[in-house]
Design a protein around this ligand. Sequence first.
Ligand code: TYC
Length: 113
Amino acid sequence: MSQRPLMMSDKTDGPGQDTSLLTKPKSKTERPPLYKVMLLNDDYTPMEFVVHVLERFFGLNHAQAFDIMLTVHKKGLAVVGVFSFEVAETKVAQVMDFARRHQHPLQCTMEKE
Ligand code: TYC
């Protein structure tokens, strides 16, 4: 008589018929969500300041930074990068703090992609 609880390995599917591994649910490897970081236009922040922000916090060269600044200026906003939640949150905080310290109303936000 069995002296222990019934276990999966006790299944009596027959020789070579153990289905316990085949029925295991597939664990999908989901990518973590990404977040768009955006700059918003305003009427007061100097263009050169925005270019500097883009170079300093987003690693853009001067031409790339100038192009994105102009897009924000003309269209109202632009995505300046796509990052993990933690990195996006840090970029937004760095830009907002830098703008505030220089008394510019520049706004930076993030949104799930
Ligand atoms: N519109 C601003 C100006 O004319 C320039 C500017 C560009 C401000 C981008 C903010 O995110 C911005 N001085």
